[in-house]
Design a protein around this ligand. Structure first.
Ligand code: ACO
Length: 372
């Protein structure tokens, strides 16, 4: 049972000038700039500025923006206390959701006015790496590491996670990953953020809802699962048997398929390059064997490699624990969520679609004693 637009497929909610996906050619543009160019030439801070304000910053503007982000990385004491109290078994995405929600409670005016979105967005974007790195450290009994203002957004995250500053090559790979995850039009999490924002709730509620949507394995949760599947396959020779058994069991290959792209995801091509340069060659070989099977047998259904397929191999090479992969995705995507919220609020209208009712009506109410 379903309707033509099941899952809101092909439905346009609004117009936007933030992101353009050419689903047939497999192209992606942030504010008109090609994704094949931005990761190499830009930085996460610059891309965030671009997404929010619609243009590339001048030198002084970027410096100012970087400084403002770096100054706001520290977490309130109360958030650290809550971090310590969270049950150790909680998945990092659950922990991140709770911590961001709590930060909303600490904010005196948790509104969602358009002016507030960039202010709160700056604060949360700055704090996301501190939250993610340290929730992991605290969960694993390690000391809290304070952010270092002099480091870039990406280098500071890896520094807090590992306790040492990354090499320029590792810092660059991290930055590329955050840029690739920064934005992707009205996906499930951005839609959720916009829906909550459209009720004029508050910035934190919208972001918390977005984190909840991103957590699912059909969305951002696929990064961790894609890496797990390569581990499970173990060697390139096992890929074919694993692939057909998985399909026969009615399961999905993680990191493949996309609601919009019916081609190879352009972000995945960039991740693949980094995976081949930095990743474990054995895991890379497994992933390549599986990729060939996907492209041979699933392409006819429009299923190709998506952004989450190669990302895990890159993250593993950066020594990021698999459980953190989706939180790293959220760390990048906060830029896009904030941009969409601000854009939508400039002409807000409550988001409220319909469901086509297919049940019966006019049923007689039977008193409980007569129901048998
Ligand atoms: N593995 C195997 N078959 C697949 C896959 C997959 N990963 N994805 C889609 N298909 C098949 C479906 O079984 C279906 O086949 P059928 O027509 O014979 O029944 C057909 O392709 C169409 O699938 P839909 O479910 O209609 O596609 P939809 O657009 O709803 O789903 C989704 C998109 C959820 C991403 C899906 O491809 C999927 O589950 N992928 C795996 C999870 C994943 O990698 N998610 C990350 C997406 S990217 C991101 O969010 C960052």
């Amino acid at each position: 049972m379903g309707c033509e637009e099941e899952g809101l497929e092909g439905v346009y909610l609004d117009t936007s000038s933030i992101c353009y996906i050419d689903e047939k050619r497999g192209e992606l543009y942030y504010r008109g700039y090609d994704i094949t160019e931005l990761p190499e030439k830009s930085s996460y801070e610059e891309v965030t500025y671009l997404l929010w304000y619609g243009m590339l910053p001048k030198m002084r503007e970027l410096e100012d923006f970087r400084n403002k982000l770096a100054e706001q990385r520290d977490l309130p004491e109360e958030v650290l206390e809550l971090m310590e109290m969270l049950p150790k078994r909680v998945h990092p995405m659950g922990a991140l959701r709770t911590l961001v929600s709590y930060m909303g409670n600490l904010d005196g005016e948790p509104s969602v006015s358009q002016e507030d979105v960039y202010r709160k967005g700056l604060s949360i974007t700055a704090k996301m790496p501190t939250l993610v790195a340290n929730l992991w450290r605290v969960k694993n009994g390690m000391d809290y590491i304070e952010p270092k203002e002099k480091l870039s957004h990406s280098a500071n995250f890896l520094y807090m996670l590992h306790g040492e500053e990354p090499s320029p090559q590792v810092e660059k790979a991290m930055d590329v990953a955050l840029i690739l995850y920064a934005e992707h039009e009205i996906n499930a999490s951005a839609f959720t953020v916009m829906t909550v924002g459209s009720t004029l709730s508050d910035y934190y509620s919208a972001v918390v809802a977005g984190i909840g949507a991103l957590k699912g394995p059909l969305h951002g949760g696929a990064v961790e699962k894609a890496l797990n599947q390569f581990m499970e396959i173990g060697s390139p020779e096992n890929a074919e048997r694993w692939f057909f058994e998985t399909l026969k069991a009615g399961k999905r290959v993680m990191g493949a398929g996309h609601r919009v792209y019916k081609t190879y995801d352009p972000r995945a091509r960039i991740f693949k390059r980094y995976a081949s340069e930095l990743g474990d060659p054995k895991l890379f070989a497994v992933a390549e064997s599986l990729e060939r099977l996907i492209e041979t047998h699933l392409a006819k259904k429009g299923v190709h490699i998506n952004v989450d397929y190669w990302a895990g191999i890159v993250f593993r090479a950066l020594d990021i624990p698999p459980e953190l992969y989706t939180t790293v995705f959220a760390m990048g995507r906060i830029a896009g969520w904030t941009a969409h919220l601000a854009e939508y609020l400039s002409h807000n209208r409550l988001i409220r679609p319909r469901l086509k009712y297919v049940g019966k009506i006019g049923k007689r109410y039977v008193p409980i004693e007569e129901r048998g």
